[in-house]
Design a protein around this ligand. Structure first.
Ligand code: AMP
Length: 444
């Protein structure tokens, strides 16, 4: 028999893991809202040309890692799964005329991305990103605001030791001369370049700067720096970003080798790492300004900036720091009964409880009451609702599984009673927690 498995580099998120994902997604939503970003969803596939243009044909993402979908004869178009969110979001900005909306248009998205990369720890073929884009603001204040938002996301997720690396990679006024100088500089040292880097030099010389090859790292220490060759406007912009970061209390480190892999970036570029792990291609997230992208994708020239934060790597980093696993979700009530065959009675009561908003499960197996109660306790339910002879007079037994008490409750008032007792119990727990935290003498 064939045994099927998830595709290489992809994985299932099991119910034991999804509570932590949901918590991160909620945090992303909450932060986006707090900072005035509104949710957008774009399709997981786009015309390949959106990525070829929007990301750049001479990038690893497009050259090697694009998940291309085999063209179908009827439409003859080439489609690919999105390797990153920005190009698709900017395509949507142009398509829906968002340049006529009040600017900047601030958009947030959380979802899966796809790269046909060699799978290894922290590198998957399907991974998740929390993405923020502000389109229509040339900065520099919003650059700092977005970097601060990124650091806040990590802090509120509970991750410590995150470091921000920032750089400016210039703009069309100053970058071409810098690239020409850098190319000449590398050519003079051609014999010291590994063959792969020599080949990239002709196509995308900036990429050599963030090479992790030890020979390149040594060479790059002396390479001409873009930050020494910025035009006045770019230099002023970069200085103001840094001033804002200082005032917001966001620690950062200048990293002249940080160029990011995408063609559309201009000026501010940044990445988030766990301090001390910058060398391992383990960026937790990154982003930057892309003032040329809207025009590249057919819109009017419009500046933009954003980031993509990887959720997979964030969870790995949280695990490494010993984060507590999220608590399993327990039903408040489990409806059990003395007559194993009365599934209708149990299901009816559970349905009524759920209709009022109470998380409830009915025992639908036809096993003995003792086994049903054991299962309810294993579920860590707060109450077992026991249907027995009292049902003829309209009552049920409600057993508080945590307190070990039991009482008769009329079915008519059951939902109200469960909601009240459960709320009182939670309130009591919260008060105990608060009293414990205060560590003062008992006021009573
Ligand atoms: P990038 O667009 O390459 O800068 O990616 C932004 C973030 O997405 C990275 O910092 C990672 O956290 C995450 N990421 C990128 N590629 C992968 C991958 N193959 N597997 C897991 N996470 C990834």
């Amino acid at each position: 028999m064939t045994t099927f498995r998830a595709a290489r580099g992809t994985r299932d998120l099991l119910p034991t893991e999804t509570p932590r994902w949901s918590a991160l997604e909620r945090l992303a939503d909450d932060l986006a809202t707090r900072y005035g970003y509104r949710r957008i969803e774009t399709p997981m596939l786009e015309q390949t040309a959106v990525f070829e243009r929007g990301v750049g044909e001479v990038t690893d993402i497009v050259e090697k890692e694009l998940f291309r979908i085999a063209p179908r004869s009827e439409d003859g178009e080439s489609w690919s799964l999105r390797p990153e969110p920005t190009a698709g979001i900017v395509r949507a900005y142009v398509q829906h005329g968002m340049q006529t909306w009040p600017q900047p248009v601030k958009l947030a998205m959380t979802g899966p991305m796809f790269r046909y990369d060699r799978p290894q720890a922290g590198r998957y073929r399907q991974f998740w990103q929390f993405d923020i884009e502000a389109i229509g603001d040339a900065g520099p204040a919003i650059d700092a605001e977005i970097i601060e938002l990124g650091t806040r996301f990590y802090a509120e997720a509970g991750l410590t030791g995150v470091e921000v690396l920032v750089n400016s990679i210039g703009d069309p006024a100053c970058r071409p001369a810098y690239i020409a100088e850098l190319t000449g500089w590398y050519r003079e040292r051609g014999t010291r370049l590994p063959p792969f880097e020599l080949e990239r030099l002709a196509r995308n010389p900036l990429r050599l700067l963030d090479s992790k090859d030890p020979a390149m790292v040594a060479l790059n220490a002396d390479a001409p720096r873009i930050t020494d060759r910025l035009c006045d406007d770019c230099a002023q912009h970069f200085a103001t970003v840094q001033e804002h970061l200082h005032v917001l209390g966001v620690p950062f480190r200048l990293e002249p080798g940080l160029v990011r892999g995408l063609d559309y970036y201009t000026r501010t570029a940044f990445e988030f790492y766990i301090a001390g792990r910058e060398g391992q291609q383990q960026a937790l997230g990154g982003g930057g300004r892309y003032d040329g992208l809207v025009e590249l994708l057919g819109g009017r020239p419009t500046p933009g900036i954003g980031f993509g934060i990887g959720l997979d790597r964030l969870l790995i980093a949280l695990d490494e720091q010993g984060a507590k696993p999220a608590a399993a979700i327990a039903p408040v009530a489990v409806v059990v009964g003395a007559d194993p065959d009365d599934t209708v009675g149990r299901l009816r009561i559970a349905t009524e409880l759920r209709a009022t908003g109470i998380p409830a499960r009915a025992e639908l197996g036809r096993r003995k009451l003792g086994k049903q109660l054991e299962a309810a306790a294993r579920d860590q339910a707060h109450f077992a609702i026991i249907l027995g002879d009292e049902l003829t007079s309209g009552d049920v037994q409600v057993r508080d599984l945590q307190a070990g008490t039991q009482k008769l409750v009329p079915v008519a008032g059951l939902a109200r009673e469960i909601a009240r007792a459960h709320a009182a119990h939670r309130h009591g727990l919260a008060e105990q927690g608060a009293a414990g935290a205060a560590r003062g003498p008992d006021p009573a």
